[in-house]
Design a protein around this ligand. Structure first.
Ligand SMILES: [Zn+2]
Length: 257
């Protein structure tokens, strides 16, 4: 029998998250949403959904799809098995719970997730073309390999969510995937670091397209990306040791430089 990807989850022992921690995390999500608009990486519709991990079993998720004026009270607490335990999701947001929970379940190091239709990144998603890793900002904000494409499936469907799980499993170091014919899904150590990677991806996608008109973008020198990935893997191992001490899911870590 096939496991149900949305609900087949065993709750872990974890310290309860205090109301103060929830409030602080909600504020970070609001700041991350604001950063996307200030940076000018949002599509005309202003559509996005953002989330932040609270602990090993729960995350905050935006309850609305239009996040231009997002407020802290527009976030629901959702368990990793998909159950909403506090707040109420608009129907279109109930569809995208599994898109977020599958990443938190697969990647212990992830503390924030953002989905957008950022225009230049979405152009790559429409073309079903991975975004090449060829700009310095991608490295700076945690992406040292091409952003892979997840095959299209209806929004939030099992097909789409399984596709995300498969691609993230095949690319354990990627911090983002392109959703074919749809948009972008980015995940980082905390909401603001994730928003910064959305910006880096969007400007890299714009630069790729601009470079195509003057002969095409060039790759980094041979071996350069492998060296960055090695150093990122070492950082992640250090973060893993923090997690063993119970600190990793407390206050989110700062963005890596
Ligand atoms: Zn979308």
């Amino acid at each position: 029998m096939t496991a149900n990807i949305a609900t087949d989850y065993e709750m872990r022992e974890t310290m309860p998250t205090s109301a103060h921690q929830v409030q602080a995390r909600a504020q970070r999500v609001v700041e991350a949403a604001k950063h996307l608009f200030v940076a000018g990486v949002m599509s005309h519709g202003g559509h996005a959904n953002l989330s932040a991990r609270l602990d090993a079993n729960q995350f905050l998720l935006t309850t609305v799809g239009a996040v231009r004026e997002l407020r802290p009270d527009q976030l629901a607490t959702v368990r990793l098995d998909g159950k909403v335990v506090d707040g109420e999701l608009a129907p279109e947001n109930a569809e995208i719970v599994a898109m977020h929970s599958v990443i938190y379940r697969t990647r212990d190091d992830v503390g924030g997730i953002i989905h957008t239709h950022s225009p230049a990144a979405t152009a790559f998603a429409l073309a079903n073309r991975p975004l090449p890793c060829r700009t310095e900002p991608l490295l700076r904000f945690g992406q040292a390999e091409d952003v892979p494409v997840v095959a299209w499936g209806p929004r939030g469907s099992d097909v789409s969510v399984r596709g995300i799980a498969e691609v993230v499993g095949e690319h354990p170091m990627t911090a983002a995937v392109l959703l074919a014919n749809h948009g972008l899904l980015v995940f980082g150590p905390d909401p603001m670091a994730t928003a910064q990677l959305v910006v880096a991806i969007e400007e890299s996608a714009e630069a790729e397209v601009a470079a195509a008109a003057i002969g095409g973008a060039m790759d980094f020198p041979a071996g350069a990306l492998a060296a960055v990935r090695e150093s990122m893997a070492r950082l992640r191992m250090n973060d893993g040791r923090l997690a063993d001490n119970g600190e990793a899911h407390g206050e989110p870590r700062a963005a890596r430089s």
